[in-house]
Design a protein around this ligand. Structure first.
Ligand code: FAD
Length: 459
């Protein structure tokens, strides 16, 4: 029997027993029915209820609020968007791309505002993000990132290059040569955020039914074994789980991200590591790694690299990939030798995120059918889902606002290929990134060895 507490360190450390709310009692009418109680579904319900308290809103969740990626992620509430600023500019022009990026900056502040206004105790700390460069190639990438940001209209206040001392002062990892810093990120306890949000929407009169799987979505209805919810607007907020819905198998590919958490570290270790402002941290390798200093003094650290599973399958045992956990532990040890040869990991977990065929997140409403959706955030959904919720609330209420004209609104990603092409494409992409990192590390090790050798020879 699955215990929800075992799904992540975060779900194991919320101050509540995670008892499921009652399920849907039977057929119901509503104005809006939302499928999925992660951040996307709950933010949508939150802003709809805030804008119009008379709306009858129902949220249906197959397990409990926060069961999906929202209860398991790295807790970076960042202004990152899966499509880069230059790529957005190429597709939509410089001004619209910049508007999107500014909306993301504003989103981090907005989440902080709601967290405070609703009294959601989720260890929120807006300490920004430091991305380290630990090789010459990574340093080149850091410089390029800052140059690109400038070229596209962002300022030093948005992203600044750090020299070795400045980067190490924020995050004293082994071999730091420099990096970048952005203030546009907060570290958050993701499960406390999603659970707090569920309570906040209920306070606003939203009806949230748990352990209520939706077996079909169609215009005007969400169908469950317990009954049908009829509503003119049906919102799909199921992200990595979407392929299990009839007719949605190729909408997004579920890709797994995995995490580990250490035991609470002693003050002496933190004095060495830094992260005094609980900056979220990463480095400029290809296969994304991400970490945060938790409010209770642990390192929570994650990365991609788990395989994509044939047929877009999502299963609880895919959350656990011993090879990836071992790699994460090894990388943590390399970054922070103060952790010792046996990095004290107490928790390991993972979960599916959603990737669209063109890696473009989107939010939209088809007015002819009343079907709405948001997702495809890849690894950037903590902040982006809030923007999605606000945008959907405006779209559903028929308002034209600054949000409804952003370039991701009503974007239609192509479908993924049928298998076996999908499997080949996703896994080949993951392998290419791994080999690139390994090659870089080899080059770096070799160039360090050559430098040491030269030094010995007195060069
Ligand atoms: C390990 C990991 C680390 C990550 N780290 C970060 C990070 O640091 N920063 C960041 O920005 N993003 C991160 N992400 C991504 C981020 O967590 C997600 O993009 C975000 O949580 C998506 O929210 P969501 O509500 O759209 O989806 P989810 O949280 O996955 O919610 C979908 C919900 O729908 C429910 N559901 C699915 N199918 C049905 C159905 N048929 N009927 C009823 N309910 C259904 C599920 O049970 C689930 O609760 C990470 C993801 C993972 C897995």
């Amino acid at each position: 029997m699955m215990r929800y507490q075992d799904l992540s360190y975060w779900l194991s450390s919320v101050d509540e027993p995670l008892t499921p709310r009652p399920g849907l009692p039977g057929d119901t009418d509503a104005d809006v029915v939302v499928v999925g109680a992660g951040y996307t579904g709950l933010w949508t319900a939150y802003y709809l209820a805030a804008a119009d308290p008379t709306l009858r809103i129902v949220v249906l969740e197959k397990e409990i609020a926060g069961y999906g990626a929202s209860g398991r992620n790295g807790g970076w509430c960042s202004a990152l968007f899966p499509t880069s600023l230059p790529a957005l500019a190429r597709r939509h022009g410089r001004d619209r791309a910049l508007a999107m990026q500014h909306a993301m900056h504003e989103t981090v502040r907005e989440v902080g505002r709601v967290v405070a206004a609703e009294g959601i105790d989720c260890d929120w700390r807006a300490g920004g993000t430091v991305v380290l460069a630990r090789t010459e190639v990574q340093l080149g990438r850091a410089r390029a990132a800052v140059a690109e940001a400038r070229e596209h209209g962002l300022a030093d206040a948005d992203l600044v290059l750090l020299d070795a001392a400045e980067a190490a002062a924020r995050c004293h990892a082994e071999g730091v040569r420099g990096g970048t810093y952005t203030p546009h990120c907060a570290a958050v306890h993701p499960a406390k955020l999603v659970r707090g949000l569920a309570a906040a929407v209920e306070r606003r009169g939203v009806r949230l039914f748990e352990r209520t799987p939706v077996t079909a979505l169609r215009p005007g209805a969400a169908v469950t074994p317990a009954g049908v919810v009829r509503a003119p607007v049906v919102v799909r907020a199921t992200e990595g789980f979407t392929p299990a819905l009839p007719g949605q198998r190729r909408a997004v590919a579920p890709v797994y991200s995995l995490m580990v958490a250490t035991e609470p570290l002693p003050e002496a270790a933190w004095a060495e590591i830094g992260l005094a402002e609980r900056e979220t941290f990463s480095d400029y390798r290809h296969v994304i790694v991400y970490g945060q200093r938790t409010a209770d003094g642990r390192l929570a650290f994650g990365g991609r690299g788990a395989p994509y599973h044939y047929g877009s399958r999502v299963r609880p045992d895919f959350d656990r990939e011993p090879r990836v956990f071992a790699a994460l532990r090894r990388v943590l040890g390399e970054l922070f030798p103060v952790l010792g040869p046996e990095v004290p990991v107490t928790h390991t977990w993972g979960g599916p995120l959603g990737v669209a065929r063109d890696w473009a997140a989107s939010v939209g409403l088809d007015r002819s059918t009343g079907l709405a959706w948001a997702g495809g955030y890849v690894g950037d959904g903590v902040g982006t889902s809030n923007l999605a919720g606000r945008s959907l609330a405006d779209l559903i209420r028929g308002e034209t606002t600054d949000l409804t004209t952003l370039p991701w609104v009503n974007h239609r990603s192509p479908k993924w290929e049928p298998e076996p092409l999908r499997w080949l494409a996703v896994n080949a992409g993951l392998r290419v990134m791994f080999s690139a990192d390994e090659a870089e590390l080899r080059t770096n090790r070799e160039s360090r060895r050559a430098a040491a050798f030269n030094h010995l020879l007195g060069h």
